[in-house]
Design a protein around this ligand. Structure first.
Ligand code: 8YV
Length: 311
């Protein structure tokens, strides 16, 4: 009997094919109580995105749940403490998506500063023949602040070095082995940089960390880039700061209530918006699916998990 694996998330067909080839895989709508009740007794594993809510109550409904394998590096949606209490390991997919997320952070920084999307519109709409595109903002050589200097933050820093940017960061602690300038908090960091990139994990510890005071410290010439979680930024405060031109612009891949984006942001031309696609390349999603599958296979053959969440 193949092991029964359940998901509430939609994954690309190549991941679904791999899960189907190895397991009795079912994907259901999280609100479909009847389907969940029918499958619950046999489910031994959940596959999910890290932002999907998997709480104690859901775990309680799956009496034979043995493992939660995430197809993401973040795990802010998962009650890891409850899983631990229940003896259910959680695995994630660190490392394999670092480059893509760092690439997108740089793309959003360049995109918003050089106004790539508006420039594209300027050409397509024919506006170019009626006038020149307004001058925009130089990135190379400017000052970058990174909030969260984990794997992704460090990969962003490496890329920014190639742009001749000065690099500073804030994190839970100083990283003595890295040559970047440490700040004790996001507000102090924001005051001294032109671009503030957020790459810290989501969850209770970072909720609302980028608030009105941080945005005001960034100031009218500063740009905010978020490739972490929408929850890290106080979204209404960000909308207000953008509307009132208290910051210059924003590049956002993540939002508080995805896929819903505040209408006010959709109407602004000083923002570049992306649909939470930091890890969204065929190559990386393949690697993430492979790693999630490998964790499941390791668990069900009694081997050590490859990438358990240690939090
Ligand atoms: C998404 C991410 O979870 O890894 C993370 O933490 O935010 C993303 O990669 C994505 O939806 C995974 O399928």
């Amino acid at each position: 009997m193949p092991v029964s694996v359940l998901s509430f998330d939609t994954f690309p067909s190549f991941i679904v094919d791999k899960l189907n080839a190895n397991f009795d895989f079912n994907c259901i709508d999280k609100n479909d109580a009847a389907a969940l009740a029918a499958l619950a007794p046999k489910v031994r594993a959940l596959v999910a995105k890290g932002e999907t809510v998997i709480n104690d109550a859901l775990m309680a409904r799956l009496p034979n749940l043995e493992i939660i394998a995430l197809c993401s590096v973040g795990y802010d949606g998962i009650d890891v403490a409850a899983a631990r209490r229940r003896g259910i390991p959680v695995t994630n997919t660190p490392g394999v998506l670092t480059d893509d997320v760092a690439d997108l952070a740089i793309a959003l920084m360049l995109g918003v500063a050089r106004r790539v999307v508006a420039a594209d519109q300027h050409v397509r709409s024919g506006a170019w023949s009626r006038g020149a595109f307004p001058l925009n903002r130089k990135v190379s050589g400017s000052r970058l602040g990174i909030v969260g200097l984990g794997r992704i933050g460090q990969a962003i820093a490496k890329r920014a070095e190639a742009f001749g940017m000065s690099i500073a960061y804030t994190a839970r602690g100083r990283k003595a082995d890295l040559p970047y300038t440490f700040y004790p908090n996001a507000q102090a960091l924001a005051k001294d940089v032109d671009f503030l990139i957020v790459s810290t994990p989501g969850g209770a510890e970072t909720r609302g960390m980028i608030n009105a005071a941080v945005l005001d410290a960034l100031g009218p010439d500063g740009y905010l880039i978020n490739v972490a979680r929408g929850s890290v930024v106080d979204e209404p405060a960000l909308v207000a700061a953008l509307q009132e031109k208290r910051i210059a612009g924003a590049g956002l891949d993540v939002f508080v209530d995805e896929p819903n984006v505040p209408a006010a942001l959709l109407a602004m031309d000083n923002v570049v918006l992306a649909p939470h696609m930091g890890s969204g390349t065929v190559q990386t999603r393949t690697a993430m699916g492979d790693l999630a599958c490998a964790n499941l296979l390791a668990h069900f053959s009694g081997k050590a998990l490859l990438t358990p969440v240690l939090a």
